[in-house]
Write a protein of this length. Sequence first.
Length: 246
Amino acid sequence: MLDTFTRELDVATRKKLHCVECKRGTIHNLEARCTGYWSVEDALVSGGSTYSIFRCGACDAVCYESTSWDSEDVEHDFDGTAHANVRTVQYPAPVSAHFTFNTESTPGRLNDILDEMLYALAGSKMTLATVGLRLAVEFIVKDKKCSGKTLDKKIEDLRAQNLIDEDQRDLLHRIRKKGNAGAHEAVGMSVNELIAGMSIIEGLLEKLYNGPARHEATIRRAKQLLKDDGDQDDSGPPLLLSSKAE
């Protein structure tokens, strides 16, 4: 429960957000904002929340954004310095209206997982969407028959097979850790984290499924059009090239 709750008077702020009406990122004007703080003195825990209303500068559509943080939810950088995790939720959800995966050649069960994840995101169910993103990674490593008893080991084997590069491996591990936090601690990713994670999954779909399937289809068509020499009748007269003037 919030101990204080105040309305900010100076709200002359602009921010780029995804507009579900424009279906793209646009500059939004902040129309109203309230901020509240809470603390538990005995436990030495504190936090706060900010609630904002933004208006799209292109179409005037209105969206709502909330951010929250607390002293127990932190991450440590390489130097060991603790930074508070700021959780952001936007409604309507910024991704569901315009983000779609290319699933032209992906397994049906994987498509179901991705659809459910987008459905959760559309309802601003960030924890469920986070767990869904992790499930997509788990399906991919199992489908590619990666060895290892844990998702950690399977991701490493995906790298060992040269199916992903080192950057992709590191990002998949981040999705794994965020997904674990979502499943065990009910802590979801922020909107920006989910967008970044879905972009990684989209790249994997192209590299592991869609791209190879298109390549195989191209080879099949080429073999049909460019038949072997034994299938061609070359007994006719050779082609003669004539010049305009002899």
